[in-house]
Design a protein around this ligand. Sequence first.
Ligand code: 2IT
Length: 450
Amino acid sequence: MNQYIERVLNATKAKNANEPEFLQTVEEVLTSLEPVINAHPEYEKAALLERMVEPERVIEFRVTWEDDNHEWHVNRGYRVQYNAALGPYKGGIRFDPSVNLSIIKFLGFEQTFKDAMTGLPIGGAKGGSDFDPRGRSDAEVMRFCQAFITELYRHIGQDIDCPAGDLGCGGREIGYMYGQYRRIVGAAEMGALSGKAVSTGGSLMRPEATGYGAVYYLMEVLKHDGTDLKGKRIAISGYGNVGWGIMQKVAELGGKVTYFAGPDGYIHDPDGVDTKEKLDYILEMRAKDPMHCAPYAEKFGCEFVPGQKCWGVKDVDVYMPSATQNDVNLEWAEKIAASGVKYYIEVANMPTTNDALALLRAQKHMVVAPSKAVNAGGVSVSELEMAQNAERLYWSAEEVDEKLKGIMKNIYNASVEVAERYGLGYDLVAGANLVGFQKVADAMMAQGIF
Ligand code: 2IT
C-alpha cells in the first residue's frame, strides 16, 4: 500500500478506535485511492488525506421532549458537517435507536464523496438522533422534531447546511422540522431543509428519487452488457422509501422484483411486485407495522420465509441490498458468490462489510456497484429542490426526472472512465471513489490549507 495512505489510515484507526463503522468506510475509500495518490505527491505535503478524514465540525446536542403521557425523554442529537469544499453541507437526518457518532461520521464521510460525484455544488454532512419514531404518535413525533430543530437551527441554513431525510425521517418529520425552523428564523428560507412536502416548497420526484436513480444506474450497467431490464428478476432487502421506488420503476420498465426482505424474513413473489394494488399494499403494510412483511404473503398468496435474508437465492438476475449498513457480511457474500447471480448493486449506505465486498469484487463472473454512486439520486433531487427554492419556482416531474436520469448516467460514465484511465479495468467501486475523491481534492487544494 502507498505509505502515505497507510500512515493516515493507521493514525485514523488509533484516533477513532471506538468507531467501527466510521473506520470501515475510511478503510474502504482510502485503500482504493492508491493510483491518484501516487500521481499527486503534492497531496501529502498539503495534508490532504488527514484533512479529509477529519470532519470540519461535529455538533452533538441534547433533545428533550414530552410524550403523550406527559413523561419527559432525553435523546442525543448529532450533525456532522464533514466537508463543504464543494458547496453547503448536504445530507440526511437518521432517526433510529442504533444512531451514534460512529454511524453519523461514516454516513457523513460517504456523503461527501457521494455529493461530489453528483457534479452539483454540495458538500457532505449527516445528522440524526437515537430517537425511535416507531410506535410514537404524530404529536410525539412533532414535539421531538421541534425540539431537535430548536437546537440544530443555529447551525443550518440554505447557504450553510441543508439537512434532508434518511431512515426514520421522511416527509412528515421534515415538515415538522421545517415548520419549526421557519418559526424560529422568521423567514421562509426554504432551502434550509429538503425533502419537504410539495405544498411547502418540496420537489416533485424527491420521494421516488433514490429508488428511481438506483434503477437508472442499473440500466447503464445492463446496457454496458448489451442488455436491459426487460424480464430481469431482482432481489432486494428493505421495502422502505427506497425499496418501494425500486419496485415501482422496475415494474414500469418491464422487470420484476421477485424477492424482498424485511426485519422478520423474506417474501418470494415469482410474479413480481408489479401491480398498483401490490405497491399500495406495501405502503399500507409499512405504515401499520414497519417490522413485519409477512402479511404480504398472506394477502397475495405467495411464500414467506421467516427469519431469513434472501441473499443467495439463485432464480434472480440482480441483487440490490436496500435496507441499512452491513446487511451483507462475509457469510452472505459467500452464498451470493456461489449463487451464480451476476449483478450486485448496492443501494443502502454501506450495505456490505469490507471483507464481503472484497470477496464479491474478486468474483470474475460478477459486476459490483457501490452505494455511494447507486443511491446518489436521492441527494441529487434534494439539490434540485434547493435550486427550485432559490429560483422561487417549481419544476415539472418530467423535468426533474430527466435531470435525475442525466445525473445517474454521468455518475456511471465518470466512474467507468476514471477506472479505465488508471488501468483498473471495469471497476465501478474504485471508479466511484476516485471520481468523488478527485472533485473534493481539487476544491480543497484550490481553497488553501486550513
Ligand atoms: O444518504 C443519502 O444520500 C440521504 N439520506 C439523502 C440526503 C439528502 O440530502 O437528500
